[in-house]
Design a protein. Sequence first.
Length: 118
Amino acid sequence: MKFLYQPTAVSDTVFFVVGNPWVLLLLYLLIINLLTFLIFGLDKWKAKRKEKKESVRRVPEKTLFLLSAFGGSIGALLGMKVFHHKTLHKSFRFGIPAILILQILIPAGLYIYVNFLR
């Protein structure tokens, strides 16, 4: 069984980087987690400015949860820890880790089902 595509020429190397779905998935997860982390930091910065009586539009909580649900849950957790943001909200304190657990368990369960239980 072939687990990893091994490139044999320059064109194969380009396919490995550009056309391989695992590389694309890894790149997507890296980008969405970095974006989520930065948006948590931006919202914390805006929250501090709002305390100084400046009119600042905050990032909606719905947006923060959606970014987490679309794969940025690790970035959200890191953003919560690093920026000390939304750590007192129970919906974030329990919701973001729950999303991360689901994002791990669902693919693992599908893998087990497809490879061992069918």
